[in-house]
Ligand binder design. Sequence first.
Ligand SMILES: Cc1ncc(COP(=O)(O)O)c(C=O)c1O
Length: 378
Amino acid sequence: MTTLSPIAETATPASAPEPKPGILEIAPYVGGDHKAPGVNRVFRLASNENTAGPSPKARAAYAATAGEIHRYPDGHSERLRQAIGRVNGLDPARIVCGAGSDELLQLLTKCYAGIGDEILYSQYGFMMYPIAAKSVGAIPVAAPETGLKTDVDALLARVTERTRILFLANPNNPTGSYLPQDEMRRLHAGLPRNVLLVLDSAYAEYVEEADYDAGVELVDAADNVVMTRTFSKIYALAGLRLGWLYGPPAVVDVINRVRGPFNVTLATQEAGVAAMEDEAFVATSRETATRWRSWLGDELARLGLTVYPSVANFVLVRFPDGAGRDAAAALAFLKQRGILVRGMAGYGLPECLRIGIGLEEEMRAVQSALADFVGGQG
Ligand SMILES: Cc1ncc(COP(=O)(O)O)c(C=O)c1O
């Protein structure tokens, strides 16, 4: 064993502490805009939240914890995992809860990939995947999409012996497209067994298509598939930070070793249980999203804009080229009217905006503002 000398006895270190490889290559994640200075009424449609607000039951359960916040929460989120298991027909022992699904995506990355490994994702996949890859010194590898849809063959063609994780958002953010179950099976069948397939189903509760599966079937059939879910979207608890994963026992064991011992707060656990039990709230939220997504899609198409088919609570809209008519101009125009949507330049889609689907009043405001924009009325 070598004995290290105290630093004071050795030469002065050459430089200040340096982060690990990859970290300084990360462009920090920029969240959706939430302020429109000078506008009285702001419609926030930039982060795919459920604008109806949380279920009154979740709100009450959250408030009821106020007298107990001097206590640590249950470190195993036992009641919450039971509730998630009950509602989704899953074994609670194979569920891990986290501070948003973001935390779980990062923990999976940290545990299964490292310096020089490759992490595969689809070209317009969720932006956190390349960030998570770089945070552990891994190389993010993007497979091209066809028509803004995940291309299974393109993904499989990019698997190498260094591939450790494949992240797939299904439905995908920001495109709104989804991969049917048979395509997911084909993707999994083509992957080496040592590659972890992470199915990020953040928007699963919105999908009504019969050929969609959030990932349970594959998780149950294989030992290299994990599904992540969130309470930030249909359950309307984005501010509390709550997500969960369902995975093989070995992966669950690994994540439980590295996660913070109290990574889900008391108030979050209580609100989560209540939200899970309010199935009527979820059904209404889904109906609202389906109805207004379809309405807004038709209206914007009538204005001559291209609206990509979406199964989630947002739509990607393409604007024509040209100063004053393009997506950047539309983003600024909407903001002046207090309507905040998401610019897509960071995703390599500068010609598009992503618009969250909200309530009737919000959707009518978007339609009327874009009608004025396209008609040239400032
Ligand atoms: C595809 C996808 N995955 C994960 C997340 C992160 O969600 P959470 O709030 O659970 O961290 C988002 C958030 O927008 C998302 O769009």
